[in-house]
Design a protein around this ligand. Structure first.
Ligand SMILES: [Zn+2]
Length: 293
């Protein structure tokens, strides 16, 4: 009898432990999927240029009378946050006609498929980014042990349909909106920086959305060093009143958003050409020192 009770207690204990590890596994899985992203308040940066991303992985909305543009899709689980932000600003996801991307990593291209299905928008990507996006993030420049994680489905994302492949220097237009693509490779081969002009009142402001300049342990290709050199040159040549990049903490999203509420002109805190130079300088110094992440 005593023996039976002890065995029963053991079964209960194992059951509790099992349930507990399932909960932990669920939390872990959820954290991986969300990539640690939380919703963030959407806001106008300047004119027709808005922030609609999460707390760190960025997404931008550029609105126009003939349709809107969304730049970057976050993780697959960030896409609903982006859509909620677009709606909160008073715009309709169905009016988004063009989707653009900075780079095909899961934190910036993962949500494109969801956004594409919700909007019906056409996705434009650079040649190398397009190859990775249509393969759900599988990039031939990723070194082998890491690349295998894509093949077994541990990383990666739902493949989006790439409707158009652009060349370096091409301009993508939706009515009066015009964004110029600069292929600034290194972080990934097809990494794309976008430049465009935003009208805010009587001011015309040059905006640069710079692609990542981080050299990765896991991405290697023969032209990578030359691409980084060229990317630093190209980025330095672009006039930037306002600058952003795909991780919002790097351009001070929250700091500028908070400052904007009390500034004489809400746009002023976003005007930051010095921050743009400092960003390029930081990563160029890392590159010269051979820092890889
Ligand atoms: Zn990346």
């Amino acid at each position: 009898m005593r023996h039976f009770t002890r065995r029963r207690a053991l079964v209960v204990l194992l059951g509790v432990l099992g349930a507990f590890s399932l909960v932990l596994f669920g939390i872990w899985l959820n954290a991986i999927k969300l990539g640690g992203q939380q919703p963030a308040e959407p806001f106008r940066i300047a004119g027709n240029f808005y922030y609609v991303g999460a707390n760190d992985v960025a997404a931008f909305l550029i609105t126009g009378p003939e349709g809107h543009v969304v730049l970057d899709g976050g993780y697959p689980t960030t896409a609903p946050m982006i859509m909620a932000s677009i709606a909160k600003l008073g715009f309709d996801i169905k009016d988004v006609k063009v989707l653009l991307n900075s780079e095909p990593h899961p934190d910036h291209a993962g949500g494109l498929s969801v956004l594409q299905q919700a909007s019906g928008a056409e996705l434009w990507a650079s040649e190398a980014s397009a190859d990775a996006i249509v393969a759900g993030g599988d990039d031939p420049d990723v070194i082998l042990p890491l690349r295998a994680l894509f093949w077994i489905g541990l990383v990666g994302y739902p493949a989006a349909r790439v409707d158009h492949r652009f060349k370096d220097g091409d301009t993508i237009r939706v009515g009066p909106i015009a964004l110029t693509a600069h292929v600034t490779g290194g972080h990934t081969r097809g990494c794309t920086t976008w430049s465009f002009v935003v009208r805010d009142g009587d001011r015309a402001l040059n905006v640069v959305s710079a692609c990542s300049l981080v050299a990765l342990q896991g991405t290697r290709y023969p032209e990578q060093g030359a691409d980084f050199e060229r990317s630093f040159r190209v980025l330095r040549s672009l006039p930037a009143d306002i600058w952003v990049t795909s991780h919002a903490r790097l351009w001070g999203r929250y700091r500028k958003f908070v400052a904007s509420a009390t500034a004489k002109s809400p746009v002023d805190p976003f005007i930051d050409p010095e921050g743009y130079r400092a960003y390029i300088n930081t990563y160029e110094a890392e590159f010269r020192q051979g820092v890889v992440h």
